[in-house]
Every structure is written in C-alpha cells, then in structure tokens.
Design a protein around this ligand. Structure first.
Ligand code: ATP
Ligand code: MG
Ligand code: MG
Ligand code: MG
Length: 460
C-alpha cells in the first residue's frame, strides 16, 4: 500500500466510525508551550482540558509533526525522523478504551483495511490496567504472551504520573508493536492513550477518575507504511526512498541503503524535508526559537554533504523532490517551492563561507581534546560565534569522536558576551508523547536557541 493511500485509508476508516475529519494543524502552532507541533492532539488541547464549547466529540487527523528531540536518532534508528506525519483519532468524552482498542485492531488486521498478520503484532499496557489487558486478551483474542505490562515510565502519560509525574490530566496508554519477518527489530507503530484521571498529589489515592474520559492516539504514518511495504526502514518507503536517491544524485554518489554514505544521505533527506516544511510556513533560519532549529537542521545537512565532498550549495535543489513527495496531502507546498529554495540556498551559501575554517578549528580541537575527552567551552564558543558551527552541531560532531563538549564553559562565555542571560538559557520544550503538548515547559526543557543580539550578528 502506498503511503498516500494509507493516509486516506486511515482517515476514511475513522470517518466511518463517526470521527470528524480535521485538517492538519500548522507545524508552528499558536501555543507558547511548544516550538513545533509534536503530535496530533496538540490542536485539541482545549477539548482535552474541557475548555470551551465542543463542536464535535470525536475527530481524526493526519498531523504534520516535528520533534527536534529525535534529531540524534535520525539515520541511526530505522524509524525516527524530525519531520513526520502522525495519524490520529481522538475522543473528547465520547468513545473510550474498548472502542479505541477494537478499532485500532480492526484497522490494522482486517483484509479490507491494512491486513497485517495478527501474529506479528504485540501490545503493551500499563501495569495495573486490567481493563485494557482484558480487552486485548478476552475481546480481541490475543495470546497473553503478546501482551506485556509496562511501568509508568513506559506506559503512562505523562511519564511517571501515578508516582512522580506532574499533577493534572493523565492516563495509562497501550502501544502496538510490529515484528517484521526475518527477526528484525520490532517497531512501535501506534500509541493509544486513555486519558481518564486527574492526578492530585502523591500516591496512594492520587488518581481521581475524570468525569469526561478522552482518547488520544498517534500512529506513525511512515512507520506503518514501511511495515506494509515490507521494507527495512522508513527511509525505504515510496515517499522517502526517491528523496534519498535524489540526495545521492545531487551529491554525485549513488544512494543505497547500506552504502558508504547511506546514513548521512538519510539524514540529509530528513533534515531538508523538515526544513522545507518549516520554511514553507515562513519559519526562516534564525538565531532563536523555531528559526534556530531550522538553522540547526540545515547546517547539519550542509556539513554532512560537505563531508561527502560537495563544497557548493546544492541542498536547495532537493526542494522540488520534497514537494513532489508531499504534494498529495499538501498541494499548497507547490506555491512556495521557489521561495523556499531561495531561502535555503542563502543559508547554505552563508554557512559554506565559514565551514572550512570551522572544520579546521574543530580538527585542531580534536587533537587537543584526546587526552581530556572534552572540547573546551572556549573552542565551542568560537565555533558557534565565528564559524557558524552552532553549539549542538559541535556536540554532534564531537560525539562521533566519543568526545564531550564543555557546555557550562560555553554558556558562561555566551553570558559574558551578553549573548544569553541566565534566565534565557533553557528555553523550550520538546515533547515525547502524543499528549505531551499539554505538558508544561518545566522539567522538560531542551536547549533550542539563543536570543539574537548584536554579539551574534556574525552568526549567519
Ligand atoms: P519511540 O519510542 O519510537 O520514540 P514514541 O513513544 O516517542 O516513539 P509517541 O510519542 O507514542 O512515540 O508517538 C506516537 C507514534 O508516532 C509512535 O507510535 C510512532 O509510530 C510515531 N513516531 C513517534 N516519533 C516518531 C519519529 N521521530 N519519527 C517517525 N514516527 C514517529
Ligand atoms: Mg515509545
Ligand atoms: Mg509511544
Ligand atoms: Mg520517542
């Protein structure tokens, strides 16, 4: 089944179940708690919290998502992207656990829909969620060996909620895994979250049943397409492999999955795809917040291509292929192809101007850092402010050589030069679960950018 057909099938299936089909929200939502939309539920936050009038009580979407927290997984696992699409079905006090599980199973396994072999699927439930366990075992007919019970860090949202999670709306979840033939690694394809409690204080008796029980599910489009297409990685599906091959053509080195530059080319494909989607929404490379993420993704891709041997700006020429691959669900991408290409070309050229100097500096650091195992904060500072090697890029490069970077030394210098203030250090949140968009920024921070000041004016 083609990826475009899978998207349609999912939305058709849940429409037949009475869910209202809603368009994807934008990637950069009007929501101060997240930089990018991390999951399908984000646009329904108010409905989940019971705020405002409900126009409908169940919905289905295919949501454009971006998780910068997964950047280091890209090209390492077979199934993490930064930009990806999440299929979802949602209930706001309407259907609950029984229907959510039955419908997920029906969609995955019946011939009319995906027709996956039930023996290749396993599920997890939360430790004491006997209700979900029994539905899977007694109603669906799964062998108990196919069901495992996981703790609150794996199968509860937000993670740790019954014992040490934050107060508020929460619930157990049940995840569905696919085990490919040939003994390959199993892949999580779908997470069903049962939002049924309000957590107040510490255990015991801290989980109060909510009057309105909700369902929030997220199924990875690319992951499920890859199981249906029988390929060994998300990057081999019909909407991503041609892009990886175009990366190869552009870099003058044929792309093959296991080839010398396979991983690097997958990362380039992923990052340019994500950047295209962001710039299309007018998020341009910048020194702060979303723009910093875009700059980061693009510079990482430029560095990968430079190291493969391409010293001139070429990544912008991938944009038409990205658009072609995503034009069925997002035909509006065609309207901005030109301007997106131009914005990417400018950023590529600017970084290429300083890249060689940066690499020289970095390579010198490598020699010096061999004994200590740490790249000094001062070097990271120079790389960041004068050579365009954003801190995280240096960190990723260092990790390839099993070295760390002295982050606090780097931050001290950034403060001394007035580039960041202490308060502005840790800015935003990167969500991990489908419901994480509700999670407040506290306790879940990841560095995502520095405020732009004159001192960073040369970081372009
Ligand atoms: P994983 O444990 O594999 O990182 P997750 O538990 O973080 O996944 P959820 O937050 O439960 O993922 O998101 C719901 C679904 O979205 C997942 O079951 C998966 O199919 C898909 N998904 C999550 N993260 C990614 C990603 N970075 N790239 C592609 N698909 C993803
Ligand atoms: Mg998971
Ligand atoms: Mg999950
Ligand atoms: Mg994850």
């Amino acid at each position: 089944m083609k990826t475009d057909d899978l998207r349609d099938a999912y939305l058709d299936f849940f429409s037949e179940k009475g869910c209202v089909r809603r368009p994807s929200d934008v990637l950069v939502p009007n929501d101060p708690t997240v930089l990018f939309t991390p999951a399908g539920m984000n646009q329904f936050k108010n409905q989940f919290l019971g705020i405002g009038q409900l126009e409908f009580s169940k919905a289905t979407t295919c949501q454009k998502c971006l998780r910068t927290g997964d950047i280091s997984n890209v090209g390492v696992t077979a199934y993490h992207h930064t930009f990806f699409e999440m299929l979802g079905n949602f209930s706001f006090g309407d259907y609950f656990k029984k229907e959510a599980i039955h419908w997920a199973w029906e969609f995955l396994t019946t011939k009319k829909w995906l027709g996956l072999d039930p023996d290749r699927l396993t599920v997890t439930v939360y430790l004491d969620d006997d209700e979900a366990f029994n539905i899977w075992e007694k109603e669906i007919g799964l062998d108990p060996k196919q069901i495992s019970r996981e703790d609150e860090y794996e199968n509860f949202w937000p993670a740790g909620a019954p014992t040490d999670g934050p107060d508020g709306v929460c619930g157990p979840c049940s995840e569905i895994y696919y085990h490919p033939p040939g003994g390959g690694k199993c892949v999580e394809i779908w997470n069903l979250v049962f939002t049924q409690f309000n957590r107040v204080g510490s255990p015991p008796d801290n989980l109060r049943p909510l009057p309105m029980k909700n369902i929030d599910t997220g199924m990875g489009l690319e992951r499920t397409a890859s199981t249906l297409q029988g390929v060994e990685s998300n990057f081999e599906i019909d909407t991503l492999k041609p892009l990886c091959e175009t990366v190869g053509e552009v870099l003058g080195s044929k792309y093959t999955y296991a080839g010398e530059h396979g991983r690097a080319m997958r990362r380039i494909a992923d990052h340019v795809r994500a950047v295209t989607m962001c710039v299309h929404e007018n998020v341009l490379p910048d020194n702060k917040e979303q723009g910093y993420v875009v700059r980061q993704l693009l510079r990482r891709a430029v560095l990968e291509s430079y190291l493969i041997g391409k010293q001139e700006p070429v990544l912008h020429t991938l944009v038409p292929k990205v658009v072609e691959m995503l034009s069925k669900p997002y035909p509006e991408l065609k309207e901005t192809t030109q301007s997106v290409q131009e914005a990417i070309r400018e950023e590529e050229s600017a970084f290429l101007d300083t890249i060689e100097r940066g690499l020289n500096r970095f390579n010198k650091c490598l020699d010096n850092a061999k004994s200590s195992g740490v790249i000094p904060g001062e070097e990271a500072f120079h790389l960041h402010t004068t050579d365009g090697f954003l801190y995280e890029l240096t960190e990723a490069l260092a990790a390839k050589h099993n070295l760390k970077v002295d982050r606090s030394g780097f931050e001290t210098l950034m403060e001394e030069h007035g580039i960041i203030s202490n308060a502005g250090k840790q800015k935003s949140v990167m969500a991990e679960g489908p419901l994480d968009a509700i999670r407040k920024t506290s306790g879940n921070t990841e560095f995502l950018g520095y405020d732009s000041t004159e001192a960073t004016a040369n970081v372009v």
